[in-house]
Design a protein around this ligand. Sequence first.
Ligand SMILES: [Zn+2]
Length: 572
Amino acid sequence: MARHLITSAIPYINGIKHLGNLVGSQLPADLYARYQRARGNEVMFLCATDEHGTPAELAAAKAGKPVADFCAEMWAVQAEIAKGFRLSFDHFGRSSSPQNHALTQHFAGRLADAGLIREVSEKQVYSNADGRFLPDRYIEGTCPNCGYDKARGDQCENCTKQLDPTDLINPRSAISGSTDLEVRETKHLYLRQSDMRGKLQEWIDSKTDWPILTTSIAKKWLNDGDGLQDRGITRDLDWGIPVKKGTEEWPGMEGKVFYVWFDAPIEYIACAGEWAEAHGKTDADWERWWRTDKGAEDVRYTQFMGKDNVPFHTLSFPATILGSGEPWKLVDYIKSFNYLNYDGGQFSTSQGRGVFMDQALEILPPDYWRWWLLSHAPESSDSEFTWENFQTSVNKDLADVLGNFASRVTKFCRSKFGEAVPEGGTPGDREATLIQALDAGLVEYQTHMDNIEVRKAAAALRALWAMGNEYLQDVAPWTTFKEDPDAAAMQIRIALNLVRFYAAISSPFIPDASAQLLTAMNADDATWPQDVASAITALPVGHSFAVPEVTFRKISDEERVGWQDQFAGVRA
Ligand SMILES: [Zn+2]
């Protein structure tokens, strides 16, 4: 039994994510986790919320809540939506957990001991009225370029010019509005990533099987311009993980926290500790996934993320792990995704353009979204959601091909033979051809799933469903029945077994439909089929079943047009 550690990029806490976010990490990670479990492998699938940093503070302030309360509430909202999409995390953690506090401080201490951290003095804007340093986006003023009076310290939203806080005319605090600001000196810690460039280069060069999207981004950051830069890992904020050297105080760093990008990936590890605590397990139970000196040497670790997260996962996080000098598990394979666009433009959180995860579940069950998103995953290039394409895909693939097959077969059997697998007849050449084609198709499907080629896997699965339909069209048991009821019984026996076979192999994509069909077929055994010949005799003669309720309903033109309007922009 192989062991798979799987993580999805952790979604930021400040709001509900859209479908583009979902298909870029959590959903394909879930597909892979479900597939590996179905193949009988041991899986640890982890995700969490990313809770620190300025945007969380701002969102909490906007909601009028203490930031800790805001994060706790938003974690619960995101956890519930994840359940709604059937994301099968072994644990959905929080980067603000005590485990992540301790581990982040531990890594910082190890890096300092290894000489990989340096202190840098910087000048930053301090607000006397607020009693704190202000990060760039906490400072507002008039844009020197266009005169817009609500430009932020990092960028003018109106003319998009990149700014420094000191460029602003009449600068003021975005928190209190105070203009009593001054520039003060403050100290920060930098991770000496530049010292680790050789080690990182060597490690990335050894990953010859990674997708080009992943390695090209990593190499660009390693080599472009002056090469990999040192990175600030601390901030002057209240909300975050206090800067400590392991369990010791860090002189001169009092009142500062680690930068969110330093602690967020460490949460992948801490999350396993949270899983252990939540399930009454020991440290040894989670360390066997993460420490190569404690049982993780045979673990295969796969990460899923959007392309914007690749630099942090190929460079910054590995720098933390390699720099610690401790035997933590490094990632074996990074699956990265391009962007999903929405109906001729982009998803926009601020403008409410596109479908957000909560809204999606309000209008259709999760399998409809899972199927479309995965079968159109933005792998080799960006892809686009359109309502026409969504309607076609649901109506054809799910309703016509899979759903209709199960419905026709079970209804026909009920009317002619009753609600049990009928006896009689002997399979012939057409059935042998079918089995051969299904066997080859199953191997192809598995190969794509093993290689995490999501779109190709979806196409291979759909082709397997289509083979059942073609068989049914060819042999036409409703016609056969009139002249040779025994032959029709044999054909239907095979088709009923195909329903169970399809349910078993489709579960990573459409878990609810799969469960519904297995229940209808009264099948306890949902294990992954070893070969098709035995899979299509698994339900024996006399085995009872029920006609399933509608597995997938069709989307009408009226609905499509209505939704197109509803999600065009300006979310309340
Ligand atoms: Zn401007």
